[in-house]
Design a protein around this ligand. Structure first.
Ligand code: ADE
Length: 374
């Protein structure tokens, strides 16, 4: 693009964004805190899923100090279901850093922002361009796809050399007078028209600039990434239910000492409140016995009968988790320091992952079925 074309390109995309951008809650604010929260939630999570979480989160934590001073448990509870919980922990840690290092005021420079917990290149550029008008181009999956089509770039975009080439290209294209709008416009184009499948080129404000379109390559770009091999993980989980209908959840590590019966749980599962879980070495029943053996600390498991629930599957990035859940009726729940017991519907209000939620739902469905059968 020569400088005249570059000007036309920017004007066309910005005009389209002004007219057609979606009305999203974080587009009504200039508050860097609110913009930051939205950008962190939007990582690896779709806009539609984020909106209700965003609104609840900000109603409860309206500013940096409210977030910094909240119990971590509360932060995780409001994040429960969004996934990738390190984002919530880092968000709170960064809020605490803003209080201690920057006297409660959100730092204004890209360098200071990047020093905060959990903030990388993308988030720092997004917040400093949108909230403070710094001239920094964002590069995420949406932007990369738009640029790959614009320049008909082949190959795996995430290869480090290609990715830094894309960053350089994003920096060149950035509209220097309106960096925040520009970044959002490119992301918006990727999210709404320049989509991975069936891009809507006829509606695209910059179709005339698109090299992939000229070459008839739009659908084939970006080329498929070499997928990371999927790793399957097999687990067994025990939903204990006592005579009052109470069940037991174990805490995330760090809250108290590690529990017996919770020795071999991948941190994937154990980072939030979770049912007693063990990896499956041979068969799920043996793992269940190991769990119960650990929980009750005596060889009493032979007295228990686990009722097998429907299997639960859950995928987190490249890991495919298969859980064999069991409902185990007991006369008393084990007494464990730091564990929580309550009826299942109350346990679902704890900070639990979607995976644990799926297991809890299976158990609840099974319990109401067996009640009906009585
Ligand atoms: N995805 C992540 N952040 C975004 C933003 N600010 N606008 C549009 N899509 C986004």
């Amino acid at each position: 693009l020569n400088s005249r074309q570059l000007k036309e390109f920017r004007e066309a995309l910005l005009a389209w964004f002004s007219q057609f951008q979606r009305d999203l809650p974080w587009r009504h604010t200039g508050d860097p805190y609110r913009i930051w929260v939205s950008e962190v939630m939007l990582q690896q999570t779709r806009v539609a899923a984020v909106i209700p979480y965003y609104e609840r989160f900000l109603a409860r934590f309206p500013d940096v100090r409210a977030l910094a001073e909240a119990p971590q448990e509360e932060v995780l509870r409001l994040w429960s279901g969004l996934g990738y919980y390190h984002r919530a922990r880092n968000l709170q840690r960064a809020a605490q850093q803003i209080i201690s290092r920057h006297a409660d005021k959100f730092p204004r420079t890209h360098a200071e922002i990047k020093e905060l917990a959990g903030i990388g290149e993308y988030t720092a550029a997004a917040v400093s361009s949108i909230a403070f008008g710094e001239r920094l181009a964002v590069l995420d999956g949406n932007v990369a796809r738009v640029l790959a089509r614009l320049d008909a770039i082949r190959g795996d975009l995430r290869e480090p050399k290609r990715w830094s080439g894309l960053q350089a290209r994003a920096d060149e294209l950035l509209a220097p007078e309106r960096p925040g709008d520009w970044n959002q416009a490119v992301m918006e184009l990727g999210a709404t028209l320049c989509t991975p499948r069936s891009p809507q080129c006829l509606l695209c404000p910059v179709q005339g600039f698109c090299e992939a379109r000229k070459l008839g390559l739009t659908e084939g770009l970006p080329e498929k990434r070499k997928n990371r091999a999927v790793v399957s993980i097999y687990l067994a989980a025990a939903v204990l239910v006592d005579e009052l209908g109470h069940s037991l959840l174990l805490p995330p590590p760090g809250n108290s000492n590690q529990h017996r019966g919770d020795d071999h749980v991948p941190s994937l599962v154990a980072k939030l409140w979770h049912f007693p879980t063990a990896s499956v070495q041979s068969d799920a029943e043996t793992s269940l016995k190991n769990i119960l053996d650990g929980l009750y600390a005596m060889k009493r498991w032979s007295a228990f009968r686990g009722e097998r629930l429907q299997a639960v599957r859950h995928t987190v990035t490249y890991r495919k988790i298969h859980i064999a859940p069991f409902l185990v009726r007991v006369s008393r729940l084990p007494k464990l320091i730091g564990a929580r017991s309550a009826p299942l519907d109350e346990l679902m209000e704890q900070p639990i992952s979607n995976l644990t939620r799926k297991v809890a739902r299976q158990a609840a469905a099974h319990l109401s079925e067996s009640k009906k059968a009585e």
